[in-house]
Design a protein around this ligand. Structure first.
Ligand code: SAM
Length: 260
């Protein structure tokens, strides 16, 4: 079958990588795995060895000839755009211990899919995604690095993120222009104690213009209060958002009043 570029179809062909990805997901029988974009079933076949319940969302019905034979009493393919799916409804009749989500994601909508899933705030144990290497670096960045940004902190609020390993573009057919990486999201049990909406607004505003100081990005805020927190934690007033940890942003959120 000719791969459809507009659907981000780059199929995995390297068996060692396929096994390595599957082995990185801790699911076992009695669990439920959701796979996003099974494609021609390269990863799906390997995941079936775990003997867990498996639900796959694939947008492209032309892939049916490759996927039909994988369906059985524990494996179901749903031909739907993941962004228009109702996962809770689709899995409500399945009995399982833990929920896992996995996918070699189509590059053109990686971030929308991840944001969509994170926002659903499902009771999911782990999520494992293949994404563009630069995206993996941004999502797992630490303070004082160039990739550290509001999306890093947004995802970190819900999950612990880990960069597991890089994947060469030659593991795919057709060969994409970019290198890839596998990242793991593990549901966080100790979320920061903070007003979620206020915190997300603060981190968005703080990183709005990366080269500006925190003060210049937060002109709508009472900076005297913020400055108190900065001083207490040995930061100078001209600090930039990229230098501050989650802990400091949480402290700031919990100190500032209503945002004007
Ligand atoms: N898992 C296969 C593999 O590793 O060989 C295919 C991965 S390929 C990078 C991405 C897959 O996601 C394609 O099969 C594509 O048709 C599918 N896809 C693209 N957009 C989608 C969407 N919105 N919802 C569900 N599947 C989608």
């Amino acid at each position: 079958m000719k791969a459809k570029k507009n659907l981000g179809q780059n199929f995995l062909i390297d068996n060692n990588i396929i096994k390595k990805i599957s082995n990185s997901l801790n699911a076992s029988a009695n669990d439920l795995i959701i796979e996003i974009g099974p494609g021609m079933g390269a990863l799906t076949k390997e995941l079936k060895n775990k003997n867990a319940n498996l639900i796959c969302y694939e947008i492209d019905t032309d892939l049916k000839p490759y996927l039909n034979s994988l369906e059985d009493n524990k494996t179901k393919i749903i031909y739907k755009d993941i962004l228009n799916s109702n996962i809770q409804e689709d899995i409500q009749d399945i009995k399982y211990n833990n929920l896992y989500i996995i996918g070699n994601l189509p590059y053109y909508i990686t971030t929308p899919i991840i944001k969509y899933l994170v926002n659903l705030d499902l009771d999911v144990k782990e999520m494992l995604f293949m994404v563009q290497k630069e995206v993996a670096e941004r999502f797992t960045a630490v303070p004082n690095s160039k990739d550290y940004s509001s999306i890093t902190l947004y995802l970190k609020y819900f999950y612990n993120l880990e960069y597991l390993f890089s994947v060469s573009k030659y593991a795919f057919n057709p060969v994409p222009k970019i290198e890839s990486a596998i990242i793991k999201f593990t549901k966080r049990l100790n979320k920061p104690l903070v007003d979620k909406e206020k915190y997300f607004k603060l981190i968005n505003d703080a990183f709005k213009m990366k080269r500006k100081t925190l003060r210049n990005n937060l002109t709508n805020y009472d900076f005297n209060k913020i400055n108190e927190i900065l001083k207490q934690n040995n930061y100078i007033e001209t600090v930039r958002a990229e230098e501050l940890s989650e802990e400091i942003f949480v402290k700031i959120t919990n100190t500032i009043g209503e945002i004007k």
